[in-house]
Design a protein around this ligand. Structure first.
Ligand code: CDP
Length: 566
């Protein structure tokens, strides 16, 4: 199979089996190990499917048409057998509850998963503690402990743990939470998001106050002007991109199993809202592989891969070894999976459509709409012989008379590492730069140039070294006279696209995504706070489940950096 140099390096470093520090499997062996293991679940339903599905899973992975999330690639068919990237752990308002959550998080990080927590149930700082007569430390203080613990536990030796911290906008400590990451050296293993309610957004709209409630006593303790809090969030998002926000009422409005529980948090990167103790495994279809020589989308193949991927991810739920019995219980009750896409921009380039064009948004809706429909069809078909998910009764699907095998089907993940393995553009993001250095987990890799961009430049006879260097120094082709205008339109980067267009694209994918969409809305360094506020409002108005912004240059250790060709 064909893999890029960078892909081979990542696989060797983090994914392939090792003995005494020596790699003892090839990438193909790895895909064989994963396919064998995941197809074993067929035995639970129909034994004679095992061989056929093993081959089908092996094919879609080695053709780089579909990849499951990293923990599945790393751990399937090995002792650990922990296959999920996403977990949400409840944090109860007691010392025992807090440290229980910490222990579970440690176990999850050890196995390569990421954890999301809502700290909203904790009583605020300086509240009373009955048993000791003392005062409470508050959510932010306890979060420091989670942060330090994460620092010390490398995920399965493979990557450092990632956490999401959520606090409701009506928690009394909200202003401290919003400002907590002003100092970029603090809470480095957490992403912060404020859970914003519809009531709060209405209060912002009419410029009134809203109540802040002590979760311990369930009493309103104070009121704040909603716009003051909203502006504080926007100030900090402008300052260094955090906190993000999640629209928690909208998320619960789409909760497929409200009879099982309330959704209070998402996973670390925000794309997967989950119930307390729920986990989810993700997988992504590489859209770069679905454009044929006539520059058309190969819908037949996309349908086949979508159906096979749904069966794969459903099997993962059976084969998974869960870090805790309560996690196994909730996860198996809902059987949520998160099928998404990567390589979207590569697809657009092959189709000759620029990311900023209206046509790109139409293609996004068409492709994700198709995947969503086909994923549902596949899940419905699985339900006929495997049964609907156990919590189906009482779910929103029961009301619709739609028995499904899985309570959710689609999620758009960042695909930070698996897109490097597949050598495609990540998730639904535009290219960050046309040539750049990419950090692989904690180390830097060589200079990267997107293969489709390279091909296109070559087709246009652009291989002049000086010109290529200029492109890579700027990271963009906009305004370079030697580049034909039609190419400039096609080869737009995250910085060439308006924030509004970023949000439009996020909203287009969200329309056909059961869970949420991982997307960064990029701003130029000279963007104003007003620009950021407009985009937050737009995300709310267009049905997004949350929003994360990033103003260029506003954070140290930027994930991707523009670099020059060497
Ligand atoms: O590409 P890969 O499968 O490695 O992961 P991703 O799509 O970039 O991230 C998906 C999810 O994996 C995140 O939202 C986290 O829940 C989890 N993750 C993690 O726990 N630790 C990391 N270093 C990266 C991702």
């Amino acid at each position: 199979m064909e893999l890029s140099q960078a892909a081979k390096a990542i696989l060797e470093k983090r994914y392939l089996k090792k003995k005494y520090g020596q790699v003892i499997e090839t990438p193909e062996d790895m895909f064989r190990r994963v396919a064998n293991n995941i197809a074993m679940a067929e035995e639970n339903y129909c034994k004679h499917h095992v061989a056929e599905m093993t081959e089908a899973f092996f094919q879609i992975m080695t053709r780089l048409e579909f990849l499951p999330n990293s923990p599945t690639l790393m751990n399937a068919g090995r002792d650990l057998q922990q296959l999920s990237a996403c977990f949400v752990i409840p944090v109860e308002d007691s010392i025992e509850g807090i440290f229980d959550a910490l222990k579970v998080a440690a176990l999850i990080h050890k196995s390569g998963g990421g954890t999301g927590f809502s700290f909203s149930r904790l009583r605020p700082k300086n509240d009373t503690v009955q048993t000791t007569g003392g005062v409470a430390s508050g959510p932010l203080s306890f979060m420091k402990i989670f942060n330090v613990a994460t620092e010390e536990i490398k995920q399965g030796g493979a990557r450092r743990g990632a956490n999401m911290a959520i606090l409701r906008v009506d928690h009394p400590d909200i202003l401290d939470f919003i400002k907590a990451k002003k100092d970029a050296t603090k809470y480095t293993n957490f992403n912060f998001s404020v859970a914003i309610t519809d009531e709060f957004m209405q209060a912002v709209a009419v410029n009134t106050t809203y109540g802040l409630r002590n979760p311990h006593t369930n009493k309103i303790v104070t009121e704040l002007l909603a716009t003051d809090v909203y502006n504080a969030i926007i100030d900090m998002a402008w300052h260094n991109g955090e906190p993000g926000v999640v629209f928690i009422d909208r998320i619960n409005g789409a909760n497929p199993t409200p009879h099982v529980g309330y959704i209070e948090s998402t996973n670390p990167c925000g794309e997967q809202p989950l119930l307390p103790y729920e986990s989810c495994n993700l997988g992504s279809i590489n859209l770069a592989k679905f454009v044929n020589d006539n520059k058309e989308i190969d819908w037949e193949r996309l349908k086949y891969v979508t159906g096979t991927a749904v069966q794969f991810l459903d099997n993962v739920i059976d084969m998974n070894q869960y870090p805790l019995e309560s996690i196994a219980e909730v996860t198996k009750g809902n059987r949520k999976i998160g099928l998404g896409v990567m390589g979207f921009t590569d697809m657009l380039i092959q189709l000759g459509v620029g990311y900023a064009e209206d046509r790109a948004v139409e293609i996004a809706e068409q492709v994700m709409g198709f995947i969503h429909t086909e994923a549902r069809n596949a899940s419905k078909e699985l339900a006929t012989w495997r049964g609907a998910f156990p919590n189906y009764k009482g779910s929103i699907y029961e009301q619709q008379g739609l028995p499904l095998r899985n309570a959710t089907l689609t999620t758009i993940a960042p695909t930070g590492t698996i897109s490097m393995i597949a050598d495609c553009s990540s998730g639904i993001e535009p290219l960050y730069a046309l040539a750049y250095k990419r950090k692989i987990i904690d180390e830097e890799s060589d200079m990267q140039i997107n293969q489709h961009v390279k091909k296109l430049l070559e087709e246009h006879g652009i291989n002049n070294k000086n010109l290529l260097e200029r492109i890579s120094e700027r990271g963009s082709v906009q305004g370079i006279n030697e580049i034909p205008l039609e190419l400039q339109k096609l080869l737009v980067t995250a910085h060439d696209i308006t924030p509004k267009q970023h949000v439009r694209m996020q909203a287009a994918f969200q329309k056909y995504t059961d869970n949420a969409v991982s997307k960064t809305v990029n701003f130029p360094s000279n963007a104003s706070k007003g620009d950021i506020a407009k985009v937050f409002n737009l995300a709310y108005e267009t049905g997004c489940k949350g929003i994360t912004v990033y103003r260029d240059g506003s954070r140290l250790g930027q994930i991707l950096q523009v670099s020059s060709v060497t």
